[in-house]
Design a binder for this molecule. Structure first.
Ligand SMILES: *[C@@H]1O[C@H](CO)[C@@H](O)[C@H](O)[C@H]1NC(C)=O
Ligand SMILES: *[C@@H]1O[C@H](CO)[C@@H](O)[C@H](O)[C@H]1NC(C)=O
Ligand SMILES: *[C@@H]1O[C@H](CO)[C@@H](O)[C@H](O)[C@H]1NC(C)=O
Ligand SMILES: *[C@@H]1O[C@H](CO)[C@@H](O)[C@H](O)[C@H]1NC(C)=O
Ligand SMILES: *[C@@H]1O[C@H](CO)[C@@H](O)[C@H](O)[C@H]1NC(C)=O
Ligand SMILES: *[C@@H]1O[C@H](CO)[C@@H](O)[C@H](O)[C@H]1NC(C)=O
Ligand SMILES: *[C@@H]1O[C@H](CO)[C@@H](O)[C@H](O)[C@H]1NC(C)=O
Ligand SMILES: *[C@@H]1O[C@H](CO)[C@@H](O)[C@H](O)[C@H]1NC(C)=O
Ligand SMILES: *[C@@H]1O[C@H](CO)[C@@H](O)[C@H](O)[C@H]1NC(C)=O
Ligand SMILES: *[C@@H]1O[C@H](CO)[C@@H](O)[C@H](O)[C@H]1NC(C)=O
Ligand SMILES: *[C@@H]1O[C@H](CO)[C@@H](O)[C@H](O)[C@H]1NC(C)=O
Ligand SMILES: *[C@@H]1O[C@H](CO)[C@@H](O)[C@H](O)[C@H]1NC(C)=O
Length: 594
């Protein structure tokens, strides 16, 4: 008993020493078995009053991945049966800053602890706690009180996966704002690697210390982890303490793990009606739940575009980021009136494979957009469109052209959610958006570890008009993890084409020469038979793609020409000219005509 008492005293002392001011703003902890199997990876997020921390977070601190000073320990709670008087595990609950807000004076970061397993011990259930003092003072309930986050882990090997359970995971911002006098739904995006049943409940006093039941009148829906709240009570900050648990099946009542999520809800009186237009994400902002592959030591770059309500401006984009992700300052486009920030992330070997990035836009009325969360897979490749694989490869098409295709550099599977190919007029007007998930004209073919996506346009092409295609995120996706989505092509010059003008009937231009002297073409002037021994490329598939001209094997100054009936001809270039396949025309040697 002697040693136990000492241990308790030490814990209290740490608490007292760390208690210089009220500064805690919530966090979450989750776990899974490590790759090697003999330790558990405990990952967590913690949030603090920014002005209480060293260093105070800024973009330099984030991109340099500077360690913040730790605020106490994550410590194992003894269980009478197994632990006896053994000293138990504890480790600094240190973190690296990932996000901050100057306006609201907070910063938030991620940390990692390797929890060793004692294989010879028969212990299969562990409880760990992060405790200390104090929550920030200005709370409606629980201000200046002690904090406690508790996680329990059942480390028995599962018969279905052959590994230990992996707990649910959650990435959630430290602050959610709601408008006084309005009804709100707060969705907590929980995930579970093992696809277990996940349920949420309010944390008990034992699990959350001073902020137990501090968000009265809110209703937590256990099955889908959403909170509904009619904000008709006191204004101010409410701490919310939730436990998220995973279960083997819908009838089971014994959780495989229980993880904490604690955050703040700010109820604010705004000069806006409840159905005022909230900020929303527009254009090519990555959609919610997108899955992005980013190879290590390469840059992930993405733009977030926001449209504000008619009488408001965007004041901040709040993020929940993986370690090392930096964002630009907020800017407004004079052209479209949209606001935007750019984010950049270069994963290194210290990032785990699965990383979540969430973002929310807030306007100067205090109204927030919906939150979007995307998964960034570090070290997982994403398919890209191969430049030059566009079919038809010609830059001038007939107005009847409807079938197109382009090739990705990986053998990926079709998209599981909506993803779009866009056809634009050359002046930037959108003509058609093809949803590859639902459009019947979309098919996939595989060859040499590549995927070709064939798609059909249904708009009638205007003679003489110029067009271009853009390719959205995620037309195909990989098979590992959440399925890394193919990269977009948003360059209007990637695939431009024009439609043949109506007036000129598209017949091949014919000129005749005697030596180098042009002469009138007369019937019977030439010997128009030629023997050849190659396989004709005039196939149905090529016809479908409007591919009608091909290089002639063995001679650059000739080309093969197919007619629509599939008959094969040999064409001759004018003197001193050769055939350029990629441009589908003849031109002087060394001068690419397209
Ligand atoms: C960021 O914070 C660090 C550490 O406090 C400081 O040295 C640096 O000058 C700051 N950088 C910027 C851009 O504010
Ligand atoms: C942060 O701490 C970790 C673990 O304690 C260490 O490996 C790493 O080098 C530190 N990073 C910096 C930038 O000091
Ligand atoms: C592992 O557990 C066994 C049995 O409980 C115990 O005898 C041993 O000291 C433990 N080892 C460590 C390193 O904690
Ligand atoms: C909020 O929901 C309650 C109950 O459904 C309803 O009576 C009330 O009118 C709603 N308030 C607003 C501002 O929509
Ligand atoms: C969550 O569940 C509740 C109760 O079953 C339901 O009313 C609500 O619409 C659900 N919310 C979402 C986002 O599915
Ligand atoms: C549900 O899980 C529990 C605990 O693992 C198990 O005892 C029970 O048999 C399972 N029920 C079904 C219907 O699979
Ligand atoms: C609130 O909004 C109304 C209408 O938009 C405006 O007339 C009024 O000045 C605003 N009040 C404040 C305090 O901003
Ligand atoms: C961006 O979105 C807006 C509205 O959703 C639309 O009017 C505009 O054309 C889009 N811009 C581009 C480049 O697609
Ligand atoms: C946008 O407008 C602002 C103010 O009118 C001006 O200062 C700025 O230079 C403009 N930016 C661009 C890119 O045109
Ligand atoms: C783009 O071109 C089309 C067709 O020529 C025309 O109808 C449309 O008004 C143009 N749009 C813009 C923004 O110039
Ligand atoms: C396809 O890729 C796999 C794995 O990278 C490789 O083993 C195989 O040889 C490739 N097949 C072809 C036809 O390139
Ligand atoms: C036409 O060409 C063929 C094959 O090259 C040849 O056999 C034939 O004699 C030629 N006829 C004339 C009139 O040159």
């Amino acid at each position: 008993m002697e040693q136990r008492i000492k241990a308790t005293i030490v814990v209290i002392l740490i608490g007292v020493l760390g208690c210089d001011a009220s500064h805690f703003r919530g966090g979450s902890i989750f776990w899974k078995q490590s790759k090697s199997g003999d330790t558990i990876d405990i990952d967590y997020r913690e949030s603090w009053r920014r002005t209480s921390q060293t260093p105070m977070c800024n973009e330099t601190v984030i991109s340099d991945r500077i360690n913040s000073s730790s605020e106490g320990q994550l410590a194992e709670v003894p269980s009478m049966y197994y632990d006896g008087y053994r000293p138990l595990f504890s480790d600094a609950f240190a973190y690296v800053c990932t996000d901050y807000s100057l306006l609201e004076d907070w910063q938030s970061g991620r940390g990692h602890i390797d929890f060793p397993l004692n294989i010879s011990s028969r212990k299969t259930s562990y409880t760990l706690q992060f405790t200390g003092c104090c929550w920030i003072g200005s709370l409606v309930y629980g201000g200046d009180s002690h904090w406690k986050l508790q996680i329990t882990m059942d480390t028995r090997v599962r018969s279905d996966t052959g590994r230990m359970n992996a707990s649910p995971r959650v990435d959630f911002p430290p602050i959610i704002r709601v408008q006084y006098g309005c009804n709100h739904t707060i969705n907590i995006p929980v995930g579970d690697e093992d696809n277990d049943i996940v349920r949420c409940r309010w944390a008990t006093q034992e699990e959350s210390a001073g902020v137990y039941r501090s968000f009265p009148n809110a209703v937590l829906h256990h099955q889908n982890c959403s909170i509904t709240y009619a904000a008709n009570y006191q204004l101010g900050w409410y701490p919310v303490a939730i436990q998220i648990e995973d279960f083997a099946n819908t009838t089971s009542n014994s959780p495989l793990s229980s993880i904490p999520l604690q955050f703040l809800v700010s109820v604010e009186k705004l000069n806006a009606s409840c159905n005022n237009e909230r900020p929303k994400f527009v254009n090519f902002t990555l959609p919610d739940k997108a899955c992005i592959g980013v190879m290590t030591d390469t840059d992930f770059l993405s733009d977030i575009y926001i449209q504000s309500g008619s009488n408001s401006s965007i004041s901040e984009v709040n993020t929940v980021s993986p370690i090392g992700l930096v964002k630009s300052s907020l800017q407004r486009s004079n052209q479209t009136g949209h606001w935007h920030i750019s984010v950049q992330w270069n994963p290194n070997s210290s990032n785990s494979i699965n990383n979540v990035f969430c973002f929310t836009a807030v306007d100067d009325n205090g109204l927030s957009s919906d939150q979007r969360c995307i998964t960034l897979l570090a070290g997982v490749p994403a398919a890209e469109i191969i430049r030059g694989s566009q079919m038809p490869a010609i830059t001038q098409v007939t107005k009847t052209q409807t079938v197109w295709s382009v090739e990705f550099n990986r053998p990926d599977k079709p998209a599981a959610r909506s993803a779009y190919i866009y056809l634009y007029l050359s002046n930037g007007t959108l003509v058609e958006a093809i949803n590859v998930l639902t459009s019947p004209g979309v098919t996939y073919t595989y060859l040499n570890n590549r995927t070709r996506i064939h798609f059909t346009t249904s708009s009638s092409l205007l003679p003489g008009q110029g067009y271009y295609f853009l390719f959205g995120q995620g037309l195909v996706q990989g098979t590992e993890y959440c399925g890394a989505e193919s990269k977009p092509v948003l360059d209007p010059f990637f695939w431009r084409f024009t439609v043949n003008p109506e007036a000129t009937i598209p017949i091949e231009h014919v000129s005749c020469f005697e030596g180098q002297t042009p002469i009138a073409c007369k019937e019977g002037l030439f010997n128009c038979t030629e023997s050849w021994s190659f396989t004709s490329p005039c196939t149905q598939l090529n016809k479908l793609h409007n591919q009608l001209k091909f290089p002639y094997p063995g001679a650059q100054n000739k080309f093969i020409l197919c007619d629509l009936a599939g008959k094969t001809y040999v064409g001759h270039c004018p003197p001193y000219e050769i055939f350029y396949e990629q441009c589908s025309t003849c031109n002087a040697i060394g001068i690419t005509p397209c």
